[in-house]
Ligand binder design. Sequence first.
Ligand code: NAP
Ligand code: ZN
Length: 349
Amino acid sequence: MTQAHGYAATSASTPLAPFTFDRREPGPQDVALDVLFCGVCHSDLHTARNEWGNTVYPAVPGHEIVGRVTAVGGLVSKFKVGDTVGVGCMVDSCQQCAPCTDGLEQYCDNGFTGTYNGHMFGNGPNTYGGYSSHMVVRESFVLHISHADADLAAVAPLLCAGITTYSPLRQWKVGPGHKVGIVGLGGLGHMGVKIAAAMGAHVVLFTTSEGKRADALRLGAKEVVVSKNAAEMAAHANSFDFILNTVAASHNLDAFMALLKLDGTMTLVGAPDSPHPSPNVFGLIMKRRRLAGSLIGGIRETQEMLDFCAQHGIVSDIERIRMDEVEAAYTRMLKSDVKYRFVVDMATL
Ligand code: NAP
Ligand code: ZN
């Protein structure tokens, strides 16, 4: 065992605070890494505050991790000491079920092991995430990073916000000639805008924040709609091929379903703590519209996304923070005041 330092929540109502814990020694198939940067995902906040009702305390969040390899096990072939690597939302899965063998570890029939608040090896100890000094991760869940060293802080959010938006955009074959809506300009949403634009789609950003209009255009949207404005919404009725909804709170989905054209799809990736009001059935059946969901992305697809982003010069727009500023970051996140991802510089731990 080695001693790791991190930041943990010890209950739903206590602020995150320094926490010391053990990490396993790297086994034959493991990669050990020092954490350089860790993005702050809204899921970290949902978990720290037990908003999904499944948090095991103490909870060390963080699943947008960029690090440097410090040791590798004897059977590791893809990584060596000194490599820059990424770790996302998963650190293990059964590797045997149909989804796992198809590279869809996030849908593992036996339940993948989350990077935090997961159970190691089926029913083992709780996992601790990237708000920490170092990690030990099975090789098959470690990603290669090819972006320049100067970009590494801004690469960290690709490991969750990047893949969670890339995967449904690929699944629904977004590309040139498609009109694509992205709902919510936060961590996920701003990556969705950049990636959908790079895929060649005509991107329309929906926001509740009037002040985000100029940023959305700069990030790659061709049009911006303030979703509280009914007239602006009505101008886009029946016109979208695909809408990706990243909103972290319960809201009226019908307002967006009405914007899909025949056979259009809206995919939900936002995971609010309370349900959305049920969508109107006639809104679905009259135009054969579809409402779908999507969970992060598999490891193979995450590597594909990282390489796609490196080729297209895509990183996240970030505000770098110290580890002891994470509570202030959560407070701003709750006010939709994020531009557009907080990233913890782990040297400040
Ligand atoms: P975030 O940075 O806080 O962004 C969420 C955005 O949603 C806000 O910036 C805001 O954008 C909009 N919003 C917030 N409250 C709203 C409300 N009441 N009504 C309408 N819009 C509202 O969060 P994030 O990190 O992008 O995460 C978004 C959600 O995705 C979270 O629930 C997170 O847990 C979930 N998530 C899911 C997956 C997955 O695999 N499916 C992976 C990662 C995260 P505007 O100011 O532009 O309106
Ligand atoms: Zn996340």
